[in-house]
Design a protein around this ligand. Structure first.
Ligand SMILES: [Zn+2]
Length: 186
């Protein structure tokens, strides 16, 4: 029984949104977030939600996503204490609070922010709560940062054995191919 698929979906959404707004390296190449309408498009796609936010709302969410990313970075550096402290900061500053809601023809479901919270705060509160559920479980090591060269994307490992080290099969294959070339060379 999957008691809360909404929660698992929110963890995946957090990963996708953090990676959209974070400059750095992705899958072997430098990455710069898009700007303007393209940024709104990519964030909307990451959130898998119909509402189209304003540029100001996106900018507000991006400051939270930066802090959410830090939770992954801390956890990946074996800093579970630091990751939990940062997550608690986010829960407090977003005013995250459980509340059952029913709207837009949906069934009763659990929100983690007041239904009337501003858009960015609402999302950030839900995302912080979803990461808090993972950090407070035996599966806290499922949050990670890609260990492939030239990639700093965050990920959640939903595999059965939980041994993932890369953000994607693209990075995994890249590292495997490089190791194969090294073996042939020597
Ligand atoms: Zn990667």
């Amino acid at each position: 029984v999957d008691f809360d698929s909404h929660m698992s979906n929110t963890v995946a959404t957090t990963v996708a949104a953090v990676n959209v707004v974070t400059p750095g390296d992705a899958h072997g190449r430098p990455y710069q977030p898009p700007t303007g309408d393209a940024l709104v498009d990519d964030v909307v796609a990451a959130l898998r939600h119909a509402y189209r936010p304003t540029a100001a709302e996106i900018a507000e969410l991006a400051t939270y996503l930066d802090r959410l990313r830090d939770v992954f970075v801390q956890r990946a550096a074996d800093g579970l204490d630091g990751a939990c402290a940062r997550c608690n900061d986010l829960l407090r500053s977003t005013g995250a609070i459980p509340e059952l809601a029913r709207h837009d023809g949906e069934a009763w479901h659990l929100h983690f922010h007041p239904v009337a919270a501003p858009w960015a705060v609402g999302w950030a509160g839900s995302m912080a709560t979803a990461l808090a559920v993972v950090l407070g479980s035996a599966s806290h090591d499922r949050l990670g940062v890609c260990s492939a060269p030239v990639c700093d994307r965050v990920y959640v490992d939903t595999s059965r054995n939980g041994a993932r080290r890369f953000c994607s099969t693209a990075c995994q294959n890249r590292v495997k191919a490089a190791a194969f070339r090294d073996r042939r060379r020597t």
